[in-house]
Design a protein around this ligand. Structure first.
Ligand code: SAM
Length: 271
């Protein structure tokens, strides 16, 4: 059975909160990926699982001719709103499943999927689709999460649950997004998909927040990957877990700015 982060509805409903709570983090990886891809003005760019557009918007600002795709209509609608607000004329959007791109072979110069392909039921198919639509020599960026221990959001969440609700049994099943995790696995899967000259670098991203309590409120209602966990915890336990989470973030706060760091792996390959 598919989990809430593998169906369009799971993401569609939370697009605005996702943009507010998480895009500050993913946009750091998008900017890094874009820099490594060395995008030239007027190159054609495909963003797969674009979400609210962290990569697409950066690529369009850099002069690319961008097609942003995502399977969640709510994400695409939010992105269209941003495109109109900024008056960008070089991004189109299309609702599309990244495992079956409705795009001709060898038609793009650059493609990217920023913490997107990691959610696909068939990750290998998603990667081979990215490769298929690239022109020979075209460049691709795929971003996944890095070492689990460096994912503070998840580490703090686990610690908070263990403190606030010690009797709660954490699910033992591997989260969907952890099926493709870390440097070696990304390199291997991109090679298996047929990309050449694959290079993976790691980047630590910082999620700075105005208030940990505000972040917690957004987090609990806008993270499809954790929807089942919060449902199993229940309302009251989620609330008391939030109090511990908030204290933990505040006690580790440097320079007065509450912040959570996490590591991503950025894989660049050629078609
Ligand atoms: C964590 S968000 C990342 C969004 C964006 N790339 C970013 O950098 O912020 C994951 C995105 O993957 C999309 N997604 C998940 N499965 C998908 C699929 N099979 N096809 C297309 N998009 C998918 C979701 O709708 C969501 O927008």
């Amino acid at each position: 059975m598919l989990s809430p982060d593998q169906v369009p509805q799971g993401w569609s409903d939370i697009a605005t909160v996702y943009e507010k709570a998480f895009e500050k983090l993913t946009s750091q990886f998008s900017r890094e990926a874009l820099g490594q891809l060395g995008l030239e003005p007027d190159e054609s760019v495909l963003d797969v699982a674009a979400g609210t557009g962290s990569f697409s918007i950066a690529a369009a600002r850099a002069g690319g001719d961008v097609l942003a795709t995502d399977f969640a209509p709510g994400m695409i609608k939010r992105l269209q709103h941003r495109i109109a607000e900024e008056g960008l004329e070089n991004i189109r959007t299309q609702i599309m499943d990244g495992q079956n791109l409705e795009i001709e072979d060898a038609s793009y110069d650059v493609a990217a999927s920023i913490v997107g392909v990691i959610f696909f039921p068939d990750i290998a198919k998603g990667l081979s689709e990215l490769k298929r639509v690239l022109k020979p020599g075209g460049r691709c960026a795929v971003v996944c999460w890095g070492e689990m221990e460096k994912f503070e959001m998840m580490a703090y969440l686990k610690k908070s649950i263990a403190t606030a609700v010690p009797e709660f049994e954490m699910p033992t099943q591997l989260p969907v997004w952890a099926r493709l995790l870390g440097h070696e696995q990304l390199e291997q899967m991109m090679n298996e998909a047929g990309f050449k000259n694959v290079k993976v670098t790691n980047k630590i991203g910082k999620l700075e927040m105005e208030s940990p309590q505000g972040f917690w409120n957004d987090f609990t209602c806008s993270a499809p990957p954790l929807a089942k966990l919060f449902e199993a915890l229940g309302e009251e336990n989620t609330r008391i877990t939030g109090e511990v989470f908030t204290e933990l973030v505040m006690s580790n706060c440097k320079n007065g700015v509450p912040c959570l760091t996490s590591e991503a792996c950025i894989g660049i390959g050629e078609a």
